[in-house]
Design a binder for this molecule. Structure first.
Ligand code: 5AD
Ligand code: SF4
Length: 439
């Protein structure tokens, strides 16, 4: 019998990459590879890369260096690079790293089986063309990994927004939406295998099917998925504030299965910076959406993303960002120092702020957010929440789950509750999690 070949796959970056990696596992299973967690055992190493900030990109090169020495000791080893760095670098990566066998971009997963077979036969290749014909639906392949309680389902890919700092439209291409029928099919299959929570995933889900006449819009897609019996809880990410319609806001009042949480990145609280970022809204307009969401769903929890040190950001601009954080009261916030990305509009702007000043702003922002997060977690003490039990906690001592508002929660209980929505009372609010008791 032929020995099974082993795949070691490492994933960097956002949920879209995690989702693509699941498809990669399925594709590689189709040509005889099983996944291993031990890179030294691998016949095939694939890196699914991220280029959102310079640091993420540097990490990829660090890892490649490590695998170079592995290849020196195992010459038959095949090394492939995919995802956003691959899309950005293309052929250049093959030249720069002679030990790399294949480079595949964000629209080229459907070519991966042939490329790996080619590498097995000694050929090196690169494929980074964007797809803009009917074959683009190949971007939405089925997932290859199984199990779990909560899974992502891709509904659209790419982005048409061109925020001045962002490389995503350059490495992921224009917005493409998947048909609602295919999405519903995939959700059905997942729930049949025991999944109870589904997160609909896209770079900008609010504009789902905006270019597909005849398809439901995102609000109607949420209703379609919520109608499926196996779905106990529904989430979506990510939303662009400018495209957050009242129809979508109303869903939080009207669809009981829709979890009371929204990730709504503001990026800045300064109108001047928002304009320079090409975000398409003012702080006041952003706050009006927040208010409408709180009205539709009083228990809703907000999370977001913020960038500090965008070119030209002054102390006054930065203070406006702190004000916005105070006003929204985010449950949690991801914050980043601006990083110039090749080919983006902002990369052309003079960036004169001292790096130490940017670092100081990031720290000030994070101190404020930590305080807000702790206060919010403490304010939940005594409330009743619905927790979806995901399994054992990392210490193995109790159960781990998430509230509808997406707060990590620990509770005592039987592992058999995994996959179930249970009612709990919050007994303690800590910095990074809640402790709760089953009701
Ligand atoms: N520099 C810093 N942060 C960035 N993000 C996107 N591009 C950049 C960049 N060039 C952040 C945004 C986005 C999140 C995923 O990453 O906040 O919402
Ligand atoms: Fe990037 Fe803006 Fe598109 Fe988000 S909406 S992926 S920040 S360009």
């Amino acid at each position: 019998m032929e020995m099974q070949k082993k795949l070691y796959l490492e994933t960097f970056g956002c949920q879209m990459n995690v989702s693509d990696s699941e498809k990669i596992v399925g594709l590689m299973q189709g040509i005889g590879y099983v996944e291993t967690k031990d890179s030294t055992q691998a016949d095939l190493i694939l890196l699914n890369t991220c280029s959102i900030r310079a640091k993420a990109e540097q990490k990829v090169y660090g890892h490649l260096g490590k695998f170079k020495s592995l290849k020196e000791s195992r010459p038959g080893l095949i090394i492939g690079v995919g995802g956003c760095v691959a899309q950005q670098e293309g052929e250049k990566l093959l030249k720069r790293a002679p030990f790399v066998n294949l480079v595949f971009g964000t629209h080229n997963l459907h070519q991966l089986q042939d490329m790996v077979r080619g590498a097995e036969a000694g050929r090196r290749s690169s494929a980074t063309d964007f797809i803009d014909d009917e074959a683009r639906f190949d971007l939405f392949l089925p997932q290859g990994r199984e199990g779990g309680v909560s899974r992502f389902v891709t509904v659209m890919q790419g982005c048409d927004n061109f925020c001045a700092y962002c490389i995503v439209p350059h490495v992921r291409g224009r917005e493409i939406s998947r048909s609602a029928a295919k999405i519903v099919d995939e959700v059905r299959q997942l729930t049949a295998s025991g999944v109870t929570e589904v997160t609909l995933l896209g770079q900008n889900v609010n504009s789902y099917a905006a270019k597909n006449p005849g398809e439901p819009d995102f609000a109607d897609l949420l209703r379609l998925v919520a109608e499926l019996d196996g779905v106990k809880r529904l989430r979506f990410t990510t939303s662009h504030p400018k495209d957050m319609s009242q129809r979508l806001i109303d869903c939080f009042a009207e669809i009981p299965k829709l979890a009371p949480h929204i990730h709504l990145p503001a990026q800045s609280g300064s109108d001047r910076v928002l304009k320079a970022m090409n975000r398409g809204y003012t702080a006041e307009q952003y706050l009006a959406k927040v208010t409408a969401l709180k009205k539709a769903c009083p228990q809703i929890q907000f999370t977001g993303d913020m960038i500090v040190g965008f070119p030209g950001e002054t102390e006054e601009d930065f203070l406006a960002t702190l004000d916005l954080i105070q006003e929204v009261q985010y449950a949690d916030l991801f914050s980043f120092i601006y990083s110039a990305r090749p080919g983006t509009a902002a990369a052309m702007l003079p960036d004169l702020t001292d790096p130490a000043e940017k670092q100081a702003r990031l720290e000030r922002l994070q101190v404020l957010q930590k305080k807000v997060t702790l206060e919010r977690n403490q304010s939940l003490v005594g409330t009743v929440q619905q927790v979806l039990v995901e399994g054992l906690s990392s210490s193995g001592e109790c159960l781990f789950g998430r509230t509808g508002g997406n707060r990590a929660t620990l509770l005592a209980g039987d592992l058999a509750l995994s996959g179930q929505l249970v009612e709990v009372k919050v007994v303690e609010g800590l910095q990074t999690l809640l402790k709760a008791e089953l009701l």
